[in-house]
Structures are given as C-alpha cells and as structure tokens.
Write a protein that binds this ligand. Structure first.
Ligand code: AMP
Ligand code: GLY
Length: 423
C-alpha cells in the first residue's frame, strides 16, 4: 500500500520509520518531510496547512492511508477535507481535535464528565480575569486556550506576576488569538507523565508511558522548549496508576467525546500530573507527542499500519498493543541558543555510526541537505534514541550515542532521564 505522512519533525520521522517497517507498505510519501525522513519516504513540497493540495496529491498518487502527525492541520480540519474527498486518513476530525485546540473546551468537558483535573475558570475578558485573580490563591496557572506551540502556559507565583500574565496573553496577545480566551487554573505539584493512546471513536488502547523534559537547561531550568528529551516507560506510572487512569480518565474521555457528537479517532495524548490526590489531567493533545513518539514507537511490537487501520475502521477492540519489555531514552541535540536565537547551517556528521547499531535511531527534526551535505536547519536538530534493558542502561546508551554525532554549536541537556534515579 501507499502511505502519506503529513509533518516535518522528529515525531513524523519516528512515524515514517515505524511505517517503513510494515511489510504491507511499498511506498511512503511525506509532506513536507525532512532530510532524515527522505531515507524512507519521497518528500513532497506541500505544506501541512495546504489541505486541498494534500488531498489532491493523495488522490493523484492513489494513497491508501494518510497519517497526520501535527496539531495545526488536525485542529484546522485536514481530516474533514480528506474524508469529504473519500480518502482514508488517520487522525481526529476538527470537532474532536478541539480537545487540543481549545483548552477552555477540554476543561469544560472534564468538568461536565467528572474527569479529574485542576480546578479552573475560563475568561474571555481581561477585566474579569483580573478581578478573579484578586482573591485567588497563589501560585496560579494561566493558559492561552488556543494552540501556542506548548508555550502559552504561565506559572505565576505572585498576584503581580499573574496580572502581568493576563496582560501578556490577552492584551499584548503574545500568542495571537490563542489568548482570546484564557484558562486560569489551580497550581498542582507532582510527577508528570505523558500517555499516548490509540482511539477509534469508542475503544481506547494505551501505549507505553513516557515523560518529556520541556525546559532548556539541566535541572529543569531555563525557558520552555518543544522538548529536550524523553524517556519511556515512566517508573512513576505504576500498574495501579494506570488502572486508575483507564477507569477514570481515558475511557471516560473517549465516551464523553462520543456523547458530545465528537467521536475521537487517532492518537489521544493525555498529559497527567500524579498529585497527592491522585492522577489529574494537565492537558490533552490530539496526536503523538514530540519527542514522546521517538521513545514510544521504537518499543512498539505491532505493525503500526494494522493499528492505524483498526482505528480508521472502528475495530480497535480487535487489536492487542504490545510493547517490548525494555526502556528507551531520547536526547535532543539542539543548536546552542535554542529556544531563543541560534545559528544554523553547520555540517552534521556521525549519524550513520549511531543508526548502524541495533536499537539506536537518530530522528531528524531540523536538518537539511545543502550541496550534498547534511547541515543543521533548526533549533532542535536531532533526537538520538537508544534502547536498553532498563532506563539506566538506555540512558547510558543514548548519551554514549550523542558523542558519535558532531556539529558546531551542538547543545543538549545532560540530565534526560535523571528523574528515574529517584524512582
Ligand atoms: P500544558 O501545555 O497544559 O501541559 O502545560 C505545560 C506545562 O505547564 C505542564 O507540562 C506543566 O509542567 C505545567 N503546568 C500546566 N498546568 C499546570 C498546573 N495546573 N499546575 C502546575 N503546573 C502546570
Ligand atoms: N512533548 C509534548 C508535546 O508533544 O506536546
């Protein structure tokens, strides 16, 4: 069969790698793709938001299944455009992707269906938000309701900071219209875990757990980034926690979406905080995590095409998801200065040495070919994933592998997966 993947990051590289392993697949296209993805897929110069062009391409090439990796096209309705053309596509429609596209929607959904999450209020007027803050307990969390590249969340320790935050989000519009509505919610503490789950509208099947490291510097210091590394599984996500989440969070979420006339098909990503009062939902995403996919997919035993098709056809109940009984760590190699300003265009060497080893994968995020050479082309450049029998071994393997890859201004965190020492 022929598969089209939409997106251009490390996550889409991991998806393309998993798809390429399927014996059912004989041709992969990726729009727009990246240098690493071009090893398995023909990359085509169509942007992820060019829905009509994507659908026309899928028709012309007789694509059997399109997989959408990114959030923006899902929230914007790319699946609806494909379905209207009679094309098979994996991902939620716009009316279900809203679970990521509007935090105000997802908070109201959780409240209505008693799904555990932080107490909150939604605001569309800055005056009302400021008035509410006057009597609120600090610290407090302010969130732009719309898509903000994972950066629209402000943790405010004082009333002054919180008032400044309302200004940033609602008046200065740092995240554009994403801040037209904001969620103000209770500050929680605890371990964070990411759980990705396949869904077919009725059934939900969880993948193995993961945790990412969002801050730029060691010890969770520095600015928020798109993710500096991940590990899987999370030792804090015990069998007991998993059972609680299955009963009170994942299935109720999928049932709630179905009851609202918004059946969710695709990958539901639940960001959890394991608080003293039990697991609570921090956020939902409507797609694989990046860089969670880079540690979860290499551990999956199933043929990913079988799982995608079962989701699209509404028969996920027939699938048993299986994961290797090991661990994986992904260390992101970034350009020094990320997420602020950084230089690019430096030659990258050594990737083949990592990929030649069994259980190791370099996933590309920001690289390109220039005059026949692979060069850096973004803030996050590569994700170096290694497996091991446990997290300690996987971490040692991943860091050893990062030594094999070189480029000028290479920057990484040195403590990815360190939290596991406390488990
Ligand atoms: P989100 O995009 O909603 O997952 O938020 C991004 C990050 O902000 C999370 O990964 C948490 O580290 C932090 N965060 C979000 N909501 C809260 C909360 N209610 N209490 C404490 N930290 C939070
Ligand atoms: N790693 C967080 C995300 O993909 O949103």
């Amino acid at each position: 069969m022929k598969v089209l993947i939409v997106g251009s990051g490390g996550r889409e590289h991991a998806i393309a790698w998993a798809v390429a392993k399927s014996p059912k697949v004989d041709k992969i296209y990726c729009a727009p793709g990246n240098a690493g993805i071009s090893e398995y897929a023909e990359c085509v110069a169509i942007g992820a938001m060019e829905f009509e062009k994507l659908a026309a391409f899928a028709k012309e090439k007789k694509i059997d299944l399109t997989v959408i990796g990114m959030d923006d096209p899902l929230v914007g309705g790319v699946v609806d455009v494909f379905e209207a053309e009679g094309l098979r596509v994996f991902g939620p429609r716009a009316n279900a992707a809203i679970i990521e596209g509007s935090k105000a929607f997802s908070k109201d959904l959780m409240k209505k269906y008693n799904i555990p999450t932080a107490a909150y209020e939604n605001f569309t007027s800055p005056e009302a938000a400021l008035e509410y803050l006057e009597t609120a307990k600090m610290p407090i969390v302010l969130k732009a309701s719309g898509l903000a590249l994972g950066k629209g969340v402000l943790i405010c320790n004082t009333l002054e900071e919180a008032k400044e935050g309302v200004k940033t989000l609602m008046l200065d519009k740092q995240f554009g219209s994403a801040g037209d509505t904001i969620v103000i919610e209770e500050f929680m503490t605890g371990r964070e875990v990411s759980v990705l789950a396949f869904c077919d509208g009725k059934t939900v099947k969880c993948m193995t757990s993961a945790q990412d490291h969002k801050r730029a510097k060691d010890g969770d210091q520095g600015l928020n980034t798109g993710g500096m590394g991940t590990f899987s599984p999370s030792p804090f996500y015990t069998k007991e926690v998993e059972e609680f989440c299955e009963t009170y969070i994942y299935q109720p979420t999928i049932d709630a979406m179905a009851a609202e006339g918004r059946p969710f098909t695709g990958v539901l990503f639940t960001g959890l905080m394991l608080t003293e009062d039990g697991p609570k939902v921090l956020e939902y995403n409507a797609r694989f995590g990046d860089p969670e996919a880079q540690v979860v997919l290499p551990r999956m035993k199933n043929d990913i095409i079988d799982v995608f098709e079962a989701c699209v056809d509404g028969r996920l109940d027939e699938v048993d998801l299986e994961f290797e009984d090991n661990a994986a760590v992904c260390v992101v190699l970034a350009s020094a200065g990320y997420p602020e300003s950084y230089e690019k265009g430096f030659e990258i060497t050594g990737i083949e040495d990592v990929n030649a080893k069994d259980g190791y994968h370099v996933f590309h995020a920001g690289s390109k070919f220039e005059d026949g050479k692979l060069v850096t082309n973004g803030g996050r450049v590569l994700g170096v994933t290694a497996k091991g029998k446990d997290l300690v071994e996987a971490r040692a393997n991943a860091y050893a592998a990062t030594e094999l890859v070189s480029f000028e201004n290479k920057y990484m965190r040195n403590d990815i997966g360190k939290a596991i020492d406390e488990a």
